[in-house]
Structures are given as C-alpha cells and as structure tokens.
Design a protein around this ligand. Structure first.
Ligand code: ADP
Length: 192
C-alpha cells in the first residue's frame, strides 16, 4: 500500500497534482477541502458547521475533520493506497492519521511539499476566485489569513514527517507538467 500526503500552502497546486498522481499511481484521492465543499453545498449539519470556518479562512476543528477523514478511509478498504490532499493540516491530525494507518499496517509512505512564494499564492487564488465562486478565494484578507494559518498551524506537520525521514520539498513554480515530473521523480525514488 502507498500513502502519499500532498502538502503545501493554499494555492500551491495540491488539488491539480493530486488528481494526476492518483490516476498515475492508482490511488484514491481524498481532499478534505472538497469533502467540506460537498457537505456545504448539500446543506448537511457537518457542512453548516464547516462553513463558519471555511468562509473565514480558519481551520475546521480537528474533532470534526479527523472523524470525517477516518470514515472516508474506513469506507475504502479495497484501495491500493491513498493520496491525502489538505490533510493533515495540524499536528493532532497527523498523529491521528499515523494512529489509524498503523492500525491498518500501512504507514505514510511520503509527504511531498510544494513550495510557492506568498505573492504568487495570492495572485493564483484571486484568479481562481474569479472563476470558481469560492468565497474563501474572493477576498485578499481571507487569502492572507489562510496563508498565515498555514504557517502557524500546518507547517509543523512537515517537521513531524521530516523526523521520520519521510518529508520532501519541491519547487511548486512552473508548468503543471514540470511539477508533476518533479513529484514523480521523488515518488519513484521513494518506492524503489
Ligand atoms: P486551500 O488549500 O486552497 O486552502 P482546501 O480546499 O484544501 O483549500 O480547503 C478549504 C478550507 O477547508 C480550508 O481553508 C479550511 O477551512 C477547510 N479545511 C480543509 N482541510 C482541512 C483540514 N485538514 N483541517 C481543517 N480544516 C480544513
């Protein structure tokens, strides 16, 4: 089993690359951001709770996020592996992931971090906001708050996996194909 974490700030291209990697390595792509947007769109109780956080660019509480992620993993016992996109985003989330993957005897294989300068992130997200209609991409203050939350709460997750020798940094600026090539090079090395 292969379990990859695609990591990086908002707007770094995780979703785009995760989809391509999922196809290439036959993994199930799990995006917590997509899961929250689905719940919000359908007006479920979970969606209503999540919306109050996502609209402000804050993280949804760990208790909600971890339970949602675990049920998606548990619902897919037959897959070859997972590519996690947008999870884990806090140290408690990474500890929870390690615990339930070790219960399945399939630890995290590697974490891949896409590095992109802040100003490029803001430009990309404002551009996405104009086409996607995502409330959290429409306002520069909310975008900057998400980048700050990433630095404060999410960045430590890199060190958590670096301590296990599983974390890799990649340049996230360039064409989609170039970045995919960089990711595949690291993944193929790790899988050898
Ligand atoms: P981006 O990476 O562009 O910020 P996502 O689609 O990954 O966008 O996430 C959108 C929002 O959903 C986040 O700003 C946050 O509010 C919420 N969210 C997604 N994943 C998590 C998570 N693992 N923990 C807490 N909140 C999350």
């Amino acid at each position: 089993m292969v379990n990859l974490i695609l990591f990086g700030p908002p707007g770094s291209g995780k979703g785009t690359q995760a989809e391509k990697l999922a196809a290439q390595y036959e993994l199930l792509h799990i995006s917590t951001g997509d899961m929250f947007r689905y719940e919000i769109k359908h007006g479920t109780p979970l969606g209503l709770e999540a919306k109050s956080y996502t609209d402000r660019g804050e993280l949804v509480p760990d208790s909600v996020t971890i339970g949602m992620l675990q049920s998606r993993v548990d619902a897919n016992p037959q897959v070859k592996g997972f590519i996690f996109d947008g999870f884990p985003r806090t140290i408690p989330q990474s500890e929870a992931l390690d615990t339930f993957l070790s219960g399945r005897k399939t630890p995290v294989t590697a974490l891949l971090m896409l590095e992109v300068p802040d100003e490029e992130l803001v430009t990309r997200l404002l551009g996405r906001g104009q086409v996607s209609g995502r409330a959290d991409d429409a306002d520069e203050n909310i975008i900057r708050n998400r980048i700050q939350v990433y630095k404060n709460e999410t960045n430590p997750v890199f060190d958590h996996y670096a301590a296990q020798g599983k974390a890799f940094r990649l340049d996230g600026v360039g064409s989609i194909e170039d970045i995919l090539d960089r990711l595949c090079e690291v993944i193929d090395d790790v899988l050898e």
